[in-house]
Design a protein around this ligand. Sequence first.
Ligand code: ADP
Ligand code: 5GP
Length: 208
Amino acid sequence: MRESNKGLLVVISGPSGVGKGSIINVLRERRSNIKLSVSATTRSPRPGEVDGVHYFFIDEPTFQSMIDRDEFLEYMHVFNTHFYGTPRSFVVEEMEAGNDVVLDIDVQGAMKVKDSFPDAVLIFIAPPSLSELKERLIGRGTETAEQVERRFNTAFEEMKLAGKYDYVVVNDILDIAVNKVENIIGAEKSRISRNCALISELSGGSEK
Ligand code: ADP
Ligand code: 5GP
């Protein structure tokens, strides 16, 4: 007897610099069946970012043609500058193969995913404080002062939507935050509603 074979769709959002990428990296080291959906974006790669690993870095006409072919599960014009989108085929194929898929996407994208996949689990990552968020954004050293300011200001709007999520995890100590995300995934996979075959087996073939 075993738990559900169906993969879970986990959406992780939160303000830029809160530590979503860091949490997901540790999570993937711990759980090999977690697959990270690689988004497409029109922004330039940061130092160290690799095409096809961190993002598919594409130009605007290519992004537009993917929109036209309905190849995105959702897409968004983030920070009024660049496009970001989740390629649909990877998500669907991995879930069908029984793997859990994690999306690191913005708040509006998360709401669109929930519309298409009501079973998706939405986790909002919150900073321990606003001053710590700003320090992390600056400390990462990947944006100009102006971009840091814009991302920090956007954080207020994003945090207003935290109430629409299923779970909230404060990323204070990284390992503890990862434990919490792992626990959420474990609990969600044990939900009765995700384990109909097992329940039927336990009840002798007839669900009561
Ligand atoms: P995001 O993906 O949400 O934009 P990152 O994962 O890139 O954020 O993290 C932003 C910065 O904060 C990085 O320099 C990262 O090393 C650091 N960071 C992440 N989590 C923590 C934490 N719990 N404590 C201290 N620094 C952290
Ligand atoms: P960054 O430029 O720091 O990598 O990402 C900026 C923002 O875009 C982050 O909030 C990130 O979660 C979001 N993002 C990345 N990929 C996608 C995507 O495919 N769709 C949406 N809606 N947002 C995304």
